[in-house]
Design a binder for this molecule. Sequence first.
Ligand SMILES: NC(=O)c1ccc[n+]([C@@H]2O[C@H](COP(=O)([O-])OP(=O)(O)OC[C@H]3O[C@@H](n4cnc5c(N)ncnc54)[C@H](OP(=O)(O)O)[C@@H]3O)[C@@H](O)[C@H]2O)c1
Length: 267
Amino acid sequence: MSLSGKNVLLTGASMGIGEAIAFALVEARANVILFSRSENKLAQLKEKLSATSDVKITYGTVDVGDYASVEAAVSSAIEEMGDIDVLINNAGLALGAPSPFPELKVSDILTMNNTNINGYMFTAHAVLNHSMLRRKAGTILNITSVTSLEVPPFPGEAVYHANKACQEAFTNALRNELSGTDIRVLALRPGCVATNFHSLRVGHDKEMYNSFFEGYEPLVAPDIAQAAVYMLQQPPNLSVKALDIVPSAQRSLNVFDRSWNERRKDQ
Ligand SMILES: NC(=O)c1ccc[n+]([C@@H]2O[C@H](COP(=O)([O-])OP(=O)(O)OC[C@H]3O[C@@H](n4cnc5c(N)ncnc54)[C@H](OP(=O)(O)O)[C@@H]3O)[C@@H](O)[C@H]2O)c1
């Protein structure tokens, strides 16, 4: 399916994986609606994207955990751009690592649950009701994680992993409920990608960040963007229901291959 002229709403667009997906979508000639909380970053991104293409680009300053603001931003995007063909739920975060669950701050638990669970549900709810259900057509792509299915061997993140498992359950349930329409619901599961996400999850502690990536080569955001565009470009009769994309050193989630770089040092 060509993305040319399609309207794509992307949450968490201001940096990292979202920003890379925005560039890949614009390259595929999709029109983009960019959501995140940081107005400055979205305005700068719009400027950078506009310099590369004449597709339609708009943005909304939205906290995805606030239903009223999500609904208002979705309505105003539809008014400006027309119906939404694709929703990419991507805004998300982990906080408080490496603390085990009982030591997490309750405020961090609430922020993670609200962003990672309510955020995906609220945006899907607004987009379905205001656009996709009317036409009974579209694609919802949820960026989940390989940690949604198995728990990796690093400490902390009980809430984040549970949030990601919930996103998978939501994806499966929504896919069931929407059979009988032409709305596809897909999950893209990244492994470790070098973004702000990993700095934020350890409270921007440089040493912890560096030791997390020790010995192997993480993915970069454009790797995930390429996978997202691949999933979206499939013809309507074909659903890539879920796609795991991980650094090869993380191909077994429970055994981190930290001798990856060492084995390549003379190549
Ligand atoms: N990086 C990885 O290794 C990895 C692995 C598996 C899955 N993922 C998933 O990939 C997605 C993107 O992560 P990333 O690595 O790109 O992280 P990132 O670089 O930290 O970007 C996170 C994005 O989410 C937005 N965001 C956070 N809270 C928000 C809220 N309440 N409302 C609206 N936007 C919000 C941020 O924008 P503002 O701060 O401007 O709001 C930002 O654009 C997340 O769902 C994450 O769980 C990442």
